[in-house]
Ligand binder design. Structure first.
Ligand SMILES: NC(=O)c1ccc[n+]([C@@H]2O[C@H](COP(=O)([O-])OP(=O)(O)OC[C@H]3O[C@@H](n4cnc5c(N)ncnc54)[C@H](O)[C@@H]3O)[C@@H](O)[C@H]2O)c1
Length: 365
């Protein structure tokens, strides 16, 4: 098997929770170096993960490590410049969401990656949930019939405290929309095809000027809540709602739900029960039954992960690293790619425009 040397750029929360453990499972994938400007965190990860080559700045990192590929998991503001630098160094890139701060940035990034001829991939992790894999199959195989309606909710309760770089437009691009909404835009379009028009609304409730340990920070300038109606090109309707102050029904006080209503049947995915879906035939009196996700949809083919091992709400995310490494080795496009990151951002920008102008907005094609 071709060995792949991968560098990690930004080794905060998501890198430790998903990228590093996912890559560590794959035979002949080496985490070859780290780029992280936070001195204490860089030293901590070096020790925890036993990585010799760690650097504070990206220029030295690329020069010294010469990775085949990188995973970029920094605050959103830095995605574009780091991707362009990685491409200039001939690297394949897996980038966290959202791809850029706005649609114009994502178009530039996608075009650059395409021109560079490398593998480019988005960390749209929910594409890898077993329940989502099965839902995709049910839609694409026609088992649900013609898809008429769909609804998507990511309801969470983060409380009133400061949430770091995420609460500033300059660093994040947007609030809940770029944080949780962008994933739902991606998997909605993966399941049902392009969204062509939206009618959105946003709200900001909290100022988030206090940290958990009592410090004062500048006030939040992005939305805590976002909702939108969507027209899909297919004719299906979508109803989306996400919030950071919206209690949900899951074990952590939040929930993530996708419900699809077709002419033959309806099916429901829930993140917190990732190994089952609800399914009901169409018609009055037909009620939802819980069905287990069939074995073939529990993980990506060949993935070294053992389904059922570890926290089920986290472990499926390791398949993302497997997809990235496999695309590099097989010389094919990764799924989802920067194209998907760009198309999700096109809709996200249209939602903000719609909310600002209080009217329906067509999504640029
Ligand atoms: N796919 C998902 O489910 C998911 C979940 C959480 C976060 N994310 C995304 O991952 C990214 C990181 O989020 P996080 O929660 O890990 O944030 P974080 O703040 O925990 O970690 C980000 C790290 O990047 C480092 N960093 C900042 N500037 C850098 C630079 N120029 N070069 C290298 N490192 C730099 C920071 O010091 C920090 O350690 C964001 O884009 C976020 O939207 C995705």
């Amino acid at each position: 098997m071709q060995s792949v040397r991968i560098g990690l750029i930004g080794v905060g929360g998501i890198c430790a929770a998903v990228h590093y453990p996912g890559l560590s499972l794959i035979p002949d994938v080496e985490v070859a170096g780290i780029c992280e400007p936070n001195d204490a965190l860089r030293a901590q990860r070096q020790q925890e993960w036993g990585i010799a080559h760690v650097y504070a700045d990206s220029e030295t990192f690329f020069h010294e490590v010469k990775p085949d590929a990188v995973v970029i998991a920094t605050p959103n503001k830095f995605h574009r410049e780091l991707i362009l630098e990685a491409l200039a160094n001939g690297c394949h890139v897996l980038c966290e969401k959202p791809l850029g701060l706005d649609y114009a940035e994502t178009v530039q990034i996608y075009n650059a990656a395409k021109a560079a001829g490398v593998v480019h991939m988005m960390a749209f992790t929910y594409r890898f949930v077993p329940g989502m894999n099965f839902l995709r199959h049910l839609v694409q195989s026609g088992e649900l019939g013609e898809i008429r309606h769909a609804r998507f909710q990511r309801l969470q309760d983060w409380g009133p405290f400061a949430i770091g770089w995420r609460q500033y437009k300059e660093m994040a691009g947007s609030g809940e929309l770029g944080d949780m909404g962008i994933h739902r835009l991606d998997f909605a379009q993966d399941l049902l095809g392009p969204i062509v028009a939206v009618c959105g609304a946003v709200r900001q409730w909290e100022e988030r000027t206090r940290t958990h340990d009592g410090q004062t920070v500048p006030r939040q300038d992005v939305e805590d809540w976002v909702a939108w109606l969507a027209d899909f090109e297919s004719g299906a309707t979508g109803v989306f709602e996400m919030g950071k102050l919206t209690k949900g029904y899951g074990p952590d006080g939040g929930h993530d739900l996708a419900e699809i209503n077709g002419s033959k049947a309806s099916a429901v995915y829930r993140l917190h029960t990732p190994h089952e879906v609800s399914f009901a035939k169409a018609g009055r009196g037909e009620v939802y039954q819980t069905i287990p996700v069939p074995e073939e949809f529990l993980k990506r083919p060949g993935s070294p992960r053992t389904p059922g091992e570890g926290d089920p709400v986290r472990a499926f995310r390791y398949d993302q690293a497997w997809e990235f490494a496999s695309a590099i080795r097989e010389g094919r496009d990764a799924v989802p790619s920067f194209y998907d990151g760009m198309r999700a951002q096109a809709v996200a920008d249209a939602i903000l425009e719609s909310a600002g102008e209080r009217r329906w907005v067509d999504v640029p094609r």
